[in-house]
Ligand binder design. Structure first.
Ligand SMILES: Cc1cc2nc3c(=O)[nH]c(=O)nc-3n(C[C@H](O)[C@H](O)[C@H](O)COP(=O)(O)OP(=O)(O)OC[C@H]3O[C@@H](n4cnc5c(N)ncnc54)[C@H](O)[C@@H]3O)c2cc1C
Length: 683
């Protein structure tokens, strides 16, 4: 729908910093670090690891540049995001047919878009910025991921953030000097409506991301000067000129090369379709996302023995790669109102297009129409963290058929059930389960690196997930019955005909509805999860190193042991901390310690180029020494890699009309009786 608008906007687009994503450098034979995937995590790593002028870094990305392509305007313009999910900058994955969910989806398959472009999934996501509940990180640490408790990682959130909010917030708890801009949508009447309804139920009002984890907060997002802001722009673009950083686009890594238990390089398919190899002096770091990271490890012989044997892939390390996939289910619910809500057609109005072209302001500069979040603790069994978060959306998805299609909703439902909202006003509340108990897996379809992986999220296979979602629906029911929403004429959706064998609003009815309409919120984690060295379910140790293999780490969503409410904040934090761990392992300073001056001549005879950790420098006690024998764990779970001798080539490896922005628009109707402005934040 918005493609014509995108073309218009692109004609008016100015040059952006990382215009030339393609690198013309000649590929060297060896690099200190090879990073696979220039996504959310990979761009951070590329920046941080190339800070040291003597370390050269190769960043390999399967997708192309995010600049100068038809999708660039869609990537940059916050309001146009949904058109990207089924475009050439997405891997366009979909799940295996689901047995317990997805009844409203074509083939019972969940669509699972992921970014295939410089910037990765952060180039196509909805930009919500949420650190996640502190207790989630504490649980990571308690379960063996030592070093990742909230107290320990808080400094990395502060290091990355550049917080600019239009509401008061606690500056002592937020970062303001980092690369990642955190801003806010304009405040509309709906934020107040949702906020007041939440307050009426006893929830407190808070500013997101300050360590308080139950209550209502206005959405924080990653936009800067009216455009999407992601790690490609914040971390990678500013350092593209570094001589020691080489970025290869349109290049798919096919496997990690292993030699005597050590990652020595990678094999890849170049943009011309040639198979090539490149080697590392220090480490290979995989940050290829939640589906492609396990795929790559499996193709390299790192994974469950039985599965690898089926495909006749030599087993290099028998670890549970791909086995703990957690995709967060989210259920959209229609709430009908008798006041005008946001109409997406507003986006194509000339005044908004003009405002965007001239000043990067107006509706197109916002992640419309998301308004706020309510975090709630519903389960008595889980630790002290929110189980549910509700996203408040100030329009009906009925008005956004392209979103419904991007979720793979059946066409007959789009043409019937989802047409009911067309002549009506309303909003959508999306209930997300943060800690699903259902588990899925990622496996290989074949040993062909160009084949997509088989993704089975096992959606709602654990009945407890359905029960928690029903509690979320009940909470929405309570919100609808508050005076604020009642004054706006709020009513819960009409009964869904396909579930009419059950009485409307009963548990059975909602179970049926949820199994039809629960979709993935695209927050998959855990396919290569980190944990204690002794934890058989963990693939990575707490320093993100693949167990049983030297010189190989995984960074990003796949490594998260438990999901957080949203993910990019956690992934960036992880990449920041990982780069410190990697630097420490190489014996170089971390944090704000100044690096060797840039102008230091590379071949200064008095300063030999270090090829490994200097002897006199600190080496973390648990970092395996290069070329040390592979340790077989007592539990026998880790095996010494079987003999697959990869002969390195060349040199051997060294070791709305009605959407009222209170600031600049006039409401066509008087909403004052419907809401009272939220009071000042109590910090
Ligand atoms: C539609 C959508 C909306 C979302 N909205 C939000 C949101 O609002 N807020 C939030 O916090 N989270 C959101 N998420 C989740 C979040 O964006 C991702 O979890 C996060 O960006 C993942 O980061 P990553 O570094 O693990 O992987 P990615 O950012 O996906 O990076 C992986 C990179 O590796 C590349 N790659 C893969 N395989 C290979 C290979 N073999 N060779 C070379 N390169 C390879 C990929 O092309 C990609 O660039 C959303 C996700 C989606 C899909």
């Amino acid at each position: 729908m918005f493609w014509i608008l995108a073309v218009l906007l692109s004609l008016a687009a100015a040059d952006t910093p990382n215009k030339d994503g393609k690198c013309k450098q000649k590929l060297a034979n060896q690099y200190d670090y090879i990073i696979v995937g220039a996504g959310t995590a990979g761009c951070v790593l590329a920046n941080r690891l190339s800070e040291h002028p003597f370390h050269n870094v190769l960043l390999i990305e399967a997708g192309g540049s995010d600049r100068d392509r038809p999708e660039t305007t869609l990537i940059d313009t916050p309001a146009l995001v949904a058109d990207l999910w089924n475009s050439d900058v997405s891997w366009r994955y979909s799940s295996e047919p689901q047995s317990s969910a997805g009844f409203g989806l074509n083939g019972n398959r969940l669509n699972l878009p992921r970014g295939k472009v410089i910037g990765g999934t952060m180039a196509i996501n909805t930009m919500v910025y949420q650190r996640g509940s502190p207790e989630i990180y504490n649980q990571w640490a308690k379960k063996g991921a030592h070093g990742w408790s909230y107290n320990e990682v808080e400094q990395y959130f502060e290091r990355m953030e550049d917080v600019r909010l239009n509401e008061p917030y606690n500056k002592a708890k937020r970062g303001t000097c980092g690369p990642m801009r955190v801003s806010q949508n304009k405040i509309t009447i709906f934020r107040d409506l949702f906020g007041n309804a939440s307050l009426a139920l006893g929830y407190k009002r808070m500013s997101c991301n300050e360590g308080v984890d139950e209550g209502f907060c206005a959405l924080q997002i990653n936009t800067k000067s009216g455009e999407r802001w992601n790690t490609a722009k914040a971390y990678l673009a500013p350092v593209m000129g570094r001589k020691n950083l080489h970025v290869l686009t349109d290049t798919t890594v096919a496997k990690v090369l292993l030699y005597q238990g050590t990652a020595v390089g990678v094999e890849f398919r170049s943009s011309e379709g040639k198979t090539k190899r490149v080697f590392t002096r220090k480490e290979v770091i995989i940050s290829a996302g939640v589906f492609n990271t396990p795929k790559l490890l499996l193709l390299s012989g790192i994974g469950p023995r039985e599965h690898l044997k089926q495909l006749e892939i030599p087993v290099m390390s028998n670890v549970p790669v791909g086995l703990d996939l957690k995709e967060l289910p989210v259920v959209p619910l229609r709430i009908f109102l008798n006041i005008p809500s946001f109409t997406p057609e507003l986006l194509v109005r000339p005044e908004h297009t003009l405002a965007y072209i001239t000043n990067r302001t107006g509706l197109l500069s916002e992640v419309s129409p998301k308004e706020g979040l309510l975090f709630a603790k519903t389960s008595l069994d889980t630790p002290d963290w929110p189980d549910i978060n509700l996203y408040f959306i100030s329009t009906l998805f009925d008005r956004l058929p392209e979103i419904l299609r991007s979720w793979n909703i059946k066409e007959n439902l789009i043409n019937t059930w989802f047409r009911e909202g067309l002549g009506r006003e309303g909003i959508q509340i999306m209930a997300q389960l943060i800690h699903p108990l259902s588990r899925g897996r990622v496996t290989l379809k074949s040993d062909d690196p160009m084949d997509p992986p088989l993704i089975d999220p096992g959606f709602l296979t654990d009945i407890r997930d359905v029960r928690e979602l029903i509690k979320a629906v009940r909470l929405i029911n309570e919100l609808v019955n508050t005076e604020y929403l009642k004054k706006a004429g709020a009513t819960m959706d009409a009964p869904f005909p396909e579930c009419n064998q059950f009485t409307f609003n009963t548990t059975d009815y909602w179970e049926c509805y949820i199994r039809y309409f629960a979709i993935a919120n695209f927050h998959g984690t855990g396919t290569v999860k980190m944990g204690s060295v002794k934890d058989n379910a963990a693939v990575l140790d707490p320093e993100l190193r693949v167990k049983g293999i030297h010189g190989l780490r995984v960074v990003g969503s796949s490594a998260m042991p438990e999901p957080t409410e949203d993910q990019t904040a956690a992934v960036i934090m992880m990449a920041e901390r990982a780069s410190d761990l990697i630097k420490l392992a190489a014996g170089v300073p971390v944090g704000d310690v100044p690096m060797i001056p840039r102008r230091m001549p590379r071949n200064n005879p008095r300063l030999p180029r270090p090829s490994g950790p200097p002897r006199n420098q600190h080496r973390p006690h648990n970092l395996p020494m290069k070329n040390a024998p592979v340790v077989i764990q007592e539990d026998g779970h880790l095996s010494t890699p079987l003999s697959q001798h990869v002969e390195p080539q060349n040199t051997p490896p060294s070791p709305s009309g009605a959407l009222i922005s209170s600031s600049n628009q006039q409401s066509p109707i008087d909403h004052t009786s419907l809401h009272k402005p939220l009071g000042p934040l109590t910090l």
